[in-house]
Design a protein around this ligand. Structure first.
Ligand code: ADP
Ligand code: MG
Length: 609
């Protein structure tokens, strides 16, 4: 059976068992469903996107308090006297989503630009503050909370029984998982996954990383708010306790223990932590003789153990065990002959036209001048090689002309446009493709997905379209384009292989295929031949020669002189940040300055023959 069939079977079993379960089990499952919804948001935010939040319970609180307030406050009653009482909870949902959306947007704008542990500390700070806001606002009942919240009514039917209400909870959760699953399996999903492995790479694929991070943050907050809304109408009472920092940390436990990068890990984590908490709250006071929140200590130890033994959580372990009962869905056969016509196509400039022009580019790092008034241009239909000893400033120059970093002075023009101060995604938008000296791939994802990420800017379907599967036509075209480039680069036999399990040389080729999927006008390659064997180098030379023939502009940094001399039309030589020679291979090889520069260097790894 496939993964999908197993999932459907589990859902059918749950549905069949639902009327037969004891009231206690139903209650437990209801809470598991509510917690899993929050953990699902955290799996997306933390596990997939790499953004840790210690404040998620506060968003649950916003969702719960918004509806509690609308349903009980005399102020709201007066303002909404014309509204039927059954509609109030739905207004509560709208209000909760709005308030959460606005507050999360403001908090995100302040916190998300921070990096690493500063970001985590930031979420801790607002998580705590919101908790005290709930407790101290008169209108929200202080620390006593708000009681008497009405039950949810659907089509005039009151859902007072937990068994009925649980159907709503689990339906919402399962729809949420389906939507997240669809989102991850799309163009935008690849962009989200790319966030974690470094923003430089994602930006150079044209992904607006700040925007994606904000959307992810809002998504997780809104999922939490929906959980809070359901919680308020299940419990019919709210107080600040379930929205405290403690609980935020429990949510994070759930996401991490279950499997921080796996959607079903959210359900697994919520189940484990809820059951364990249940047991521990019984057991620990008896063992210790006093009552208190001792389960938090056990969770902490458990989390440490799991992070040490299985950093990706328990879901991948279970999935690996269950592998022989699950038929893998093959990506390689599907959508093999889809028209790529839906994808944006770029008009290539005529051969000989200057595509990239860098003039007097200077970069200073404190006292060091890494690039000193470098002039270099690349034309359509030529291979321009940039060589020079280690530390000459080649990689720095790459960063200057690709928007990763700004020159201290000098200017960079791409396709006739001045690029001063623009981010790398603007370079990508104008047709710059690149590879990295230190390979930057999504190691756990297949070669196909990695290459498809390169085509990001050629599609335009957004998050909502992806969640609703309204992007299938475009997605098939993107994958077909990726497949075409994979084939062209000779990687067909690896198409479904996780990128990290390829030899390093082949990973470099995957990066080239990824850049080609963008249909670039100019391609920057940082040491593409490093780690390739002789035959693979020949294949690479053939591929690059072919690309040049199609009118692409290529700028290549390379140490392998034989490779460079065979391929390049023009060569620029850098030494200590300065251009010391420029010309065709024969001219450069005969240049005494170049001979000296290379022979003067102890490490003669790249001396011209
Ligand atoms: P290459 O790629 O030609 O080997 P690089 O461009 O990596 O050379 O480095 C050129 C010089 O600039 C080196 O001396 C390096 O130490 C220095 N450098 C590079 N990046 C930085 C940085 N971010 N901060 C300070 N110095 C740097
Ligand atoms: Mg370098």
């Amino acid at each position: 059976m496939t993964h999908r069939q197993w999932t459907l079977l589990a859902i059918v079993l749950l549905a069949v068992a639902w009327p037969l379960l004891s009231p206690f089990s139903v209650t437990l499952l209801n809470y598991i469903g509510l917690y899993a919804m929050v953990a699902l948001g955290l799996v997306m935010l933390t596990g997939v996107g790499g953004i840790t939040s210690f404040g998620q319970a506060a968003f649950v609180g916003l969702g719960a308090y918004a509806t509690a307030w609308i349903c009980t406050s005399p102020v709201a009653a007066q303002a909404l006297s014309w509204v039927h009482a059954d509609v109030l909870p739905w207004l509560g949902l709208v209000l909760g989503l709005l308030v959460t959306g606005v507050i999360a947007w403001v908090l995100g704008a302040v916190t998300l630009p921070l990096s690493g542990h500063f970001l985590a500390l930031g979420t801790l700070a607002w998580g705590l503050s919101l908790y005290y806001v709930f407790g101290n606002l008169e209108g929200l009942g202080g620390f006593t909370g708000i009681s008497g919240i009405q039950a949810l009514s659907i089509a005039g039917y009151e859902l007072t029984s937990p068994r009925l209400f649980g159907i709503i909870i689990w339906a919402v959760l399962l729809l949420g998982i389906l939507a997240m699953n669809n989102l991850l399996d799309s163009r935008e999903g690849r962009a989200i996954r790319a966030l974690k492995s470094g923003r430089v790479m994602a930006e150079s694929m044209g992904v607006d990383t700040s925007r994606q991070r904000m959307k992810l943050f809002l998504l997780a907050a809104l999922l939490a708010a929906v959980s809070g809304w359901l919680y308020a109408h299940l419990q019919r009472f709210v107080n600040p306790t379930p929205f405290s920092l403690n609980i935020s940390i429990e949510y994070l436990f759930m996401a991490v223990v279950g499997g921080s990068g796996h959607l079903w890990g959210a359900v697994l984590g919520a189940t484990l932590i809820t059951l364990l908490k249940e047991q521990l709250q019984d057991l620990l006071p008896k063992l210790l003789g006093t009552s208190g929140n001792f389960e938090v200590i056990v969770f902490g130890i458990l989390m440490l153990l799991i992070l040490q033994r299985a950093a990706d959580g328990l879901w991948p372990l279970i999935a690996a065990r269950a592998k022989r009962w699950v038929k893998p869905a093959s990506t390689a056969t599907a959508s093999a002959h889809v028209t790529q016509a839906v994808l944006a196509r770029r008009k290539l400039p005529p051969a000989g036209q200057v595509v990239l022009d860098a003039t007097q580019v200077t970069k200073r790092f404190a006292g060091l001048v890494a690039n000193d008034a470098v002039d270099l241009n690349v034309k359509a239909g030529e291979v321009h090689a940039l060589i020079g000893p280690n530390g000459a400033g080649k990689s720095t120059f790459f960063n200057m002309i690709s928007g990763v970093d700004d020159p201290t002075s000098g200017s960079v023009t791409l396709m006739g446009q001045s690029m001063a101060g623009k981010p790398s995604r603007a370079f990508a938008g104008l047709g710059m493709g690149r590879t990295f000296q230190h390979v930057r791939l999504l190691g756990q994802r297949s070669v196909l997905e990695n290459v498809a990420l390169g085509a990001h800017l050629r599609g335009k379907k957004g998050w909502i379209a992806a969640m609703l599967r309204r992007d299938r036509h475009e997605e098939a075209a993107l994958l077909a384009e990726a497949r075409k480039q994979i084939e062209r680069c000779g990687l067909m036999s690896y198409i479904d292989t996780p990128a990290a399990s390829l030899p390093l040389g082949q990973q470099r080729v995957v990066e080239i295929a990824r850049a080609l999927a963008a249909q670039p006008t100019i391609l920057l390659l940082d040491e593409p031949a490093a780690g390739l064997r002789h035959l693979e180098k020949q294949a690479l030379t053939e591929l690059l020669t072919q690309l040049r023939g199609e009118g692409m502009a290529l700028l290549v940094v390379e140490h392998d002189m034989e490779f460079v001399m065979n391929l390049a039309d023009r060569i620029t030589v850098l030494e200590f940040g300065k251009v010391i020679a420029i010309g065709n291979p024969a001219e450069v090889q005969a240049n005494p300055r170049v001979m000296e520069a290379y022979l003067g260097v102890e490490d003669t790894e790249g001396a011209p023959a």
